[in-house]
Design a protein around this ligand. Structure first.
Ligand code: 4GX
Length: 384
């Protein structure tokens, strides 16, 4: 990848391009960082790149030297032109990953009040903000963007910090890390990490990630797959409306549930012969049961634990799915989603009720149990 930084202070970029992981990538030739100084692309002989802003009196970078710099940067080939500024769209890992597919990025660093807006209209593809605070120039944001994007390029980051271990992998925060000595100034490394039980370590790390994310960044739980962070299994109970769901459809549905990490799709079928026939044809990811109570009893026995039962009956009221997702993450119980039926279902048993899934048009809620199941499972266990 080639990155051209348009900056009046190219010396700021130099130590960055020569040091650490980024320096290594440059050495290996996976990454090239060039700087273009707009001072070398001015119109007059004075090397002027800024002027007073119309209307406010502050200083603004002039359009022409920046535009010439960008055209020089592009040469013959195509490039994506970025402009760091507090008014830009917020940089996050999704944007970083989409930027990493570019062969050539041009990053234009502003100063003072910014740059002439006509330059932005003419040359800039994307304005990006690295956070809600004000800096003195775009050079640090340029380095932030290059750093985050470069480490997505294969070969830049070594095994020792694999992308799977990242903060934000699966959308959740990273766990704490420790190294020797095991005891430091009276503070001990958590015993589980030195115990050598790898399953216990994985479980501890999952719990740490979940607790940190829930406590510090509840906002990112909305877009995370919480599946890997649950201690116990996930189950779906379908209560079809009046008409029975055909076995073939149910087994496809079970396949979809399985994709989302669900262990079993239980379907309530009252009639004995229908139930037997369904069980015979739907495959072993489906379990046909006669009542809701027997479905719950089956799960309770299998998990040897009391469950968090989440009921979605498509009726008004209930808890928003995002809040339910946070509660599910905080809970250490097996999760059981119940779709279909009505509010009297599970009368007497402890349960949480989900609000209806509404579309935009006329705000009609999704009443079909199968459709609601897939939508909700995607919100809890899908990738964003
Ligand atoms: N995330 N700055 C850019 C100049 C400027 C001013 C106004 C456009 C409009 C920043 C940030 C940031 C300070 C870089 C002002 N550019 N950039 N500079 N936060 O604060 O990206």
């Amino acid at each position: 990848m080639l990155v051209t930084v348009v900056t009046a202070f190219p010396e700021l970029l130099e130590p960055f391009s020569r040091s650490g992981v980024i320096g290594k990538a440059v050495e290996k030739g996976i990454l090239e960082i060039r700087c273009i100084n707009p001072r070398n692309y001015t119109e007059g002989t004075y090397g002027q790149i800024d002027d007073y802003a119309y209307g406010s009196g502050g200083m603004v970078l002039m359009a022409e030297p920046l535009a010439r710099s960008v055209y020089a940067a592009k040469g013959e080939g195509p490039a994506t032109v970025l402009y760091p500024g507090p008014q830009g769209i917020p940089l996050d890992q999704h944007l970083v990953e989409s930027l990493a597919v570019n062969e050539h990025l041009v990053i234009v660093c502003g100063r003072y009040e910014g740059v002439d807006e006509r330059f932005v209209e003419e040359c800039v593809d994307l304005e990006i903000s690295i956070g809600d605070y004000v800096l003195t120039g775009g050079e640090l944001p340029a380095m932030v963007i290059v750093d985050a994007v470069a480490r997505m390029i294969p070969g830049v980051v070594g095994q020792e910090s694999a992308v799977e271990e990242d903060s934000f992998f699966r959308g959740m925060l990273d766990t704490p890390h420790y190294t020797r000595p095991a005891s430091w100034r009276g503070r001990e490394v958590p015993g589980v990490l030195t115990g050598g039980d790898h399953e216990a370590i994985r479980s501890w790390r999952r719990a740490q990630s979940a607790a940190r994310t829930s406590g510090r960044r509840p906002d990112i739980i909305v877009g995370a797959n919480i599946g890997p962070y649950l201690d116990k299994g996930v189950y779906v109970i379908l209560v079809p409306a009046t008409e029975a769901i055909p076995a073939a459809e149910l087994s496809e549905m079970a396949e979809a549930c399985f994709t989302f990490g669900c262990r079993k799709l239980l379907c309530v079928v009252r009639g004995g012969s229908e139930r037997k026939s369904l069980q015979a044809h739907a495959g072993d990811r489906v379990k046909a049961v006669s009542t809701m109570e027997s479905a719950l009893a089956w799960i309770r026995k299998r998990e040897k634990a009391e469950m968090l039962t989440i009921v979605s009956v498509g009726e008004a009221g209930g808890i928003h799915w995002a809040e339910m997702k946070r509660r599910a993450l905080d809970s250490d119980r097996p999760l059981v989603f119940v779709f279909g039926g009505n509010e009297t279902i599970l009368a007497g048993t402890e349960k949480e009720v989900l609000g209806p899934i509404r579309g935009g048009k006329g705000d009609v809620s999704l009443s079909n149990a199968r459709d609601a199941a897939v939508v909700i499972l995607d919100r809890f266990f899908g990738w964003r």
